[in-house]
Write a protein that binds this ligand. Structure first.
Ligand code: NI
Length: 390
């Protein structure tokens, strides 16, 4: 066991305590006030400096840089979800209808662990490690806000993770290229003309039109996206009508599109617009499309993916190549600004993310803490020693 692993094991109980405390007090996106105060307290108690970027929620902290050097960043998201917890755990959420059902409590505790571990090695660090405790990931807003605050300025590489229930503890999912999807939303209004239900020929039926549009949209993924590419279009809501004997004026449906490359993202969006407008026109209706642009795909740099795999094996963890996840993740915005890698940390849980009985194995806490400490420390060394040759 490397020195870092042993040190991480030694703070395991402390990290469990922190994770449980966060788990009991989940806060939704942009409401993470108590969480912010707690993170600041834990960092201050460890003598770690907090940097002021004018954030309402979220914390930026730094370790190292005593002798100058480059800056790398480690990011943890801190927000919870509007879900009623059903785990029955002794440290279950104390707040009705709110839950850390995506394990961001785990991310926060583990990255605090990384800060604690690196604080002890501060003198040897060949640069600065900046910690981004980011709010509002679930709304895909926090990463942008942090970038706008200047927190990513000068950062040469950024590292982040998501826990992964289907990977065992001791494994790290590392992959070059796309690992999480672009997650865009749409709202489509189909405008027809109202009439008596018994006299449809006097109107334009928005329900029949919407039904045809939704059916035609199923052909976009199957007929316009190549077999080796992938995309998802899901219509998740459809609202229309007000009475059994009236044909209304309007039908509204919304949903999401997931893609893993900008090329496919643009193609699917173009086809979506053509299908919606043309099918509506064929029925004499009009369609209005509102796009809710989400984060782009998370696309890892090959050299940092290799560095992550190396950091994992140095600690005795197993790097495995994971399947990309069709979920979205606003870490993608950081990778548009600078280089870096986003990994999946094996947490061996019973349920997928966002499930009311979501849980994870806390044995993964020290592994994750040590992993990011090792990755950040090595990254600073590599940037110093090899510059662009890394
Ligand atoms: Ni999440």
């Amino acid at each position: 066991m490397s020195g870092l692993s042993a040190k991480a094991e030694a703070i395991k109980e402390r990290l469990k305590e922190i994770r449980r405390r966060l788990h009991e007090h989940p806060e939704l996106s942009h409401e993470e006030y108590e969480t912010t105060a707690s993170i600041e307290r834990w960092l201050s108690e460890a003598g770690i400096r907090i940097a002021d970027y004018g954030l309402k929620t979220g914390v930026i902290a730094e370790v190292g840089g005593l002798n100058g050097g480059p800056v790398v960043a480690v990011r943890a998201d801190i927000d919870a979800l509007p879900i009623q917890e059903e785990t029955g755990l002794p440290f279950a959420s104390k707040l009705a209808g709110k839950m850390h059902a995506c394990g961001h409590d785990f991310h926060t505790a583990a990255v605090l662990g990384t800060a604690f571990l690196l604080k002890e090695r501060e003198r040897e660090l060949q640069g600065t490690v900046r910690f981004l405790f980011q709010p509002a990931e679930e709304k895909a807003k926090g990463a942008r806000e942090l970038i706008d605050s200047g927190a990513l300025k000068g950062v040469r590489a950024v590292f982040g993770m998501h826990n992964k229930p289907d990977l065992p503890v001791g494994t790290v999912g590392v992959k070059s290229g796309p690992v999480m999807a672009a997650a865009d939303g749409f709202v489509v209004e189909v405008l027809g003309r109202g009439t008596h239900a018994a006299v449809p020929e006097a109107g334009i039926d928005p329900i029949v039109t919407a039904a045809h549009i939704i059916t035609a949209l199923q052909s976009v993924v199957s007929r316009n996206v190549g077999a080796l590419e992938s995309a998802v279009i899901s219509v998740t809501r459809l609202h229309a009508g007000s009475a059994w004997n009236v044909i209304g004026e309007k039908a509204v449906f919304d949903g999401t599109i997931r893609t893993f490359s900008e090329e496919v993202r643009i193609k699917v969006r173009d086809r979506f617009e053509q299908v919606v407008r043309s099918v509506a026109a064929a029925f004499g209706a009009e369609a209005r499309i509102k796009w809710l642009e989400g984060p782009p795909a998370v696309v890892n740099d090959a050299k940092w993916a290799a560095a992550a795999a190396r950091a994992a094996s140095e600690l005795g963890l197993t790097a495995v190549e994971p399947a990309p996840s069709p979920a979205g993740e606003d870490f993608a915005f950081y990778l548009k600004e600078t280089e870096g890698v986003f990994v999946f940390m094996g947490t061996d849980g019973p349920h997928e993310w966002h499930h009311p009985a979501f849980d994870l194995d806390e044995a993964a806490l020290p592994a994750a803490a040590a992993f990011f400490a090792s990755l950040a420390e090595d990254a600073l060394k590599d940037i110093n020693n090899k510059g662009e040759q890394l």
